[in-house]
Design a protein around this ligand. Sequence first.
Ligand code: ADP
Ligand code: ADP
Length: 224
Amino acid sequence: NLIIKINGLKKSYDNGKIKALNGMDLEVKKGEFVSIMGPSGSGKSTLLNMIGALDTADEGSIEVAGIDLMKTKKLNKFRSKEIGFVFQMHNLIPNLSVIENVQIPMFETKATSKEMHDRAFELLKSVDLEDKVDQKPTKLSGGERQRVAIARALVNRPSIILADEPTGALDSKTGEVILNLLKDLHLKENVTLVMVTHEPYVGNMAQRLVTVLDGKVQSDNPTP
Ligand code: ADP
Ligand code: ADP
């Protein structure tokens, strides 16, 4: 029941001068909530980019949701079917309403407009924004915008959510609300959650904490 299997993964930049990943090994079980911590430049974002097939590795093996990412030619299909992204900056489209923003990933599917509306509304209800569905994102607070981004990440029922500093732009109280929401939704939606964070209290909200250093796993333990 492993959903992520990474072995000896390497990725360098600048003609090999920068080794962003240098023999990374990581296994994640289906439905797990794992946080990744480590100093700036240790390879956390690169690792998430590899799992989400935003970039390809140089060496080693990486299998995600049963797909060999070193071999497949269908990276776009893999990404839209299996992965939901939540970033520090939510990248909502300002001139679309909240519910339209959440529906965006569904335009790549065969869903009817009623199915798109119903699924987006259901998720916006789960994140407590049912009374803001027709607002523009510019009218919302930072925490509310991040809740919209979480709803959007889940809309196509991905098997994995990749969150890179999802609370980085929020004050700590709002951050905690967002984290609890992600935690609840990962159970409710039965999705695997891999989250990068700098903040120890955030990292410890996961079930398992992996620390990385110099492009490799340094420690890997259940959270207390
Ligand atoms: P972290 O997320 O832990 O801060 P990153 O994965 O962003 O670390 O970066 C790891 C190393 O790779 C850093 O030295 C960074 O500067 C470098 N790096 C990451 N992405 C690129 C890129 N697209 N081009 C050049 N260097 C990069
Ligand atoms: P983090 O907040 O995790 O440290 P960064 O700000 O280092 O993330 O990186 C943000 C994005 O920029 C990542 O997708 C990474 O691949 C890219 N990046 C990081 N370092 C470099 C670099 N030196 N040159 C080009 N792109 C980079």
